[in-house]
Design a protein around this ligand. Sequence first.
Ligand code: ADP
Ligand code: MG
Length: 665
Amino acid sequence: MAAGGSTQQRRREMAAASAAAISGAGCCRLSKIGATRRPPPARVRVAVRLRPFVHGTAGASDPPCVRGMDSCSLEIANWRNHQETLKYQFDAFYGERSTQQDIYAGSVQPILRHLLEGQNASVLAYGPTGAGKTHTMLGSPEQPGVIPRALMDLLQLTREEGAEGRPWALSVTMSYLEIYQEKVLDLLDPASGDLVIREDCRGNILIPGLTQKPITSFADFERHFLPASRNRTVGATRLNQRSSRSHAVLLVKVDQRERLAPFRQREGKLYLIDLAGSEDNRRTGNKGLRLKESGAINTSLFVLGKVVDALNQGLPRVPYRDSKLTRLLQDSLGGSAHSILIANIAPERRFYLDTVSALNFAARSKEVINRPFTNESLQPHVLGPVKLSQKELLGPPEAKRARGPEEEEIGSPEPMAAPASASQKLSPLQKLSSMDPAMLERLLSLDRLLASQGSQGAPLLSTPKRERMVLMKTVEEKDLEIERLKTKQKELEAKMLAQKAEEKENHCPTMLRPLSHRTVTGAKPLKKAVVMPLQLIQEQAASPNAEIHILKNKGRKRKLESLDALEPEEKAEDCWELQISPELLAHGRQKILDLLNEGSARDLRSLQRIGPKKAQLIVGWRELHGPFSQVEDLERVEGITGKQMESFLKANILGLAAGQRCGAS
Ligand code: ADP
Ligand code: MG
């Protein structure tokens, strides 16, 4: 009872802290299982921390170029006009004298309670190298930072909440990874190599094969975390700038299982991220020309900026997939998490430009809206005897390593109904690992339902009323989810068609040249050429085993299928076809890149959507910054927006790919 009493008090404290810190933004209410209602929004919180001068370093005796005004705002000298200062306002500002406890209690502790509600949370430390990110996140034994404090509190809280006699059993696991040069490296198992990032049908981001260590005490945490951190530090010293160019991501999962009916389970994920240094490497190294060769561009950080901009502008395409970090953060930025960004800045003048750029990034991030929701489902033994691990869901190629005994523990903190025939039952489903995730999930639900009927020896309708209702609701919600996906797909298709029609009007014959072997008839011009979504094209190009796909339309129904799956009679039907091989696409991209880097203004004007003004802008940018490393860099040219860049790519990649095809045949 004592534990229960202190838990209540602790919860009240956390709730009070949260209410104080989260002004205006929608406080999170628990949603129902797989709620179909739109979850309430929660803006990304942004705090800025100014570190003190570090004695003995360059510029330590200069006057500061930035200073705090109050607990939310600061000002920095304006390099354009020395009479003025630039003022910024954030959710919190922590000055030179702020302590580790101030930052933790003010900005981090309030979001931890959401983990016990099955919601996700993330803390990101941003800023130039040397501005105090690692100090804020990790700290030192004398001044522990956010990570040890959060772990200490979270473990204490889960022990209390999960104590015997409480309604939920709780377990905590940790994973620790590093993203270095677009490789995801498991710091708890450095030998495992680059890991893949996946998304399940609910939009959860997963890393199959990533080590998860169960932890029940802070000593457990340190036992795993300290050697892994040391690995990273040793690497940093040896490789000099490695740590400033890599992102360190600590993932803590809180798994909850209800002890009594309806036996719900929840999972909350906490990401604690020490980001790579945000300084502009173009300014600091290699005269700004050999960016790609020197590896000075940190793709993930660059894309993070683009993701934040796309979210702010409400663009239909958010480029999460363009980097590992943003893919990992997909459910944390503009996704399902409560997020806090701590921008770390330094007072010295030599940091001035990086400080301004970090403050601008922080100001843009403030506008991003997340929609946190409760990640809740029924425990597998309620639905049936089949327990599906992440590895099993994704099939053998995704599961890089066999699970160790520790990882087995993760999934089953409490004894469950024995999955005696699980492997036999799963075998046909494993083959479907490449299926549409929504469909796969639906099949799995049905499978579980059937299994539960079989194992209990009773039909669905004779199960106790409450459980039955829950089961029915789950199925109903799955249907709704599938409907929602279908509507979304239809919308996308309508958009593509409208775009295509518009491009037709603009006379883009190269782009619309049909790649199909069929002859174009004048009567049905719109049915012959299909514009594929750029993302799909990129995915196909990126996938080494990508097969040729056919996008077909039968009346109002359209499917994306593998060539092999087509029945002969279906082939004969009047349908749209588009065949593009990844090689052709890659070739198209390369051609554009070559033109961007080597073409004269006149050459550039031969591309679709590039007029004399844009051609000049591109040439000017190239002279100033050196060659483009990828076609998407076009967006960095002042005067060319992300949207324009995308429509430029759509208009030209297909055209050049088609040109290549014709030339080759
Ligand atoms: P980053 O991780 O951003 O590169 P660090 O955390 O390593 O920066 O900080 C650089 C130096 O500044 C370190 O010596 C660190 O101890 C010191 N430092 C950073 N923030 C503070 C602070 N708030 N108070 C005292 N020293 C700090
Ligand atoms: Mg650091």
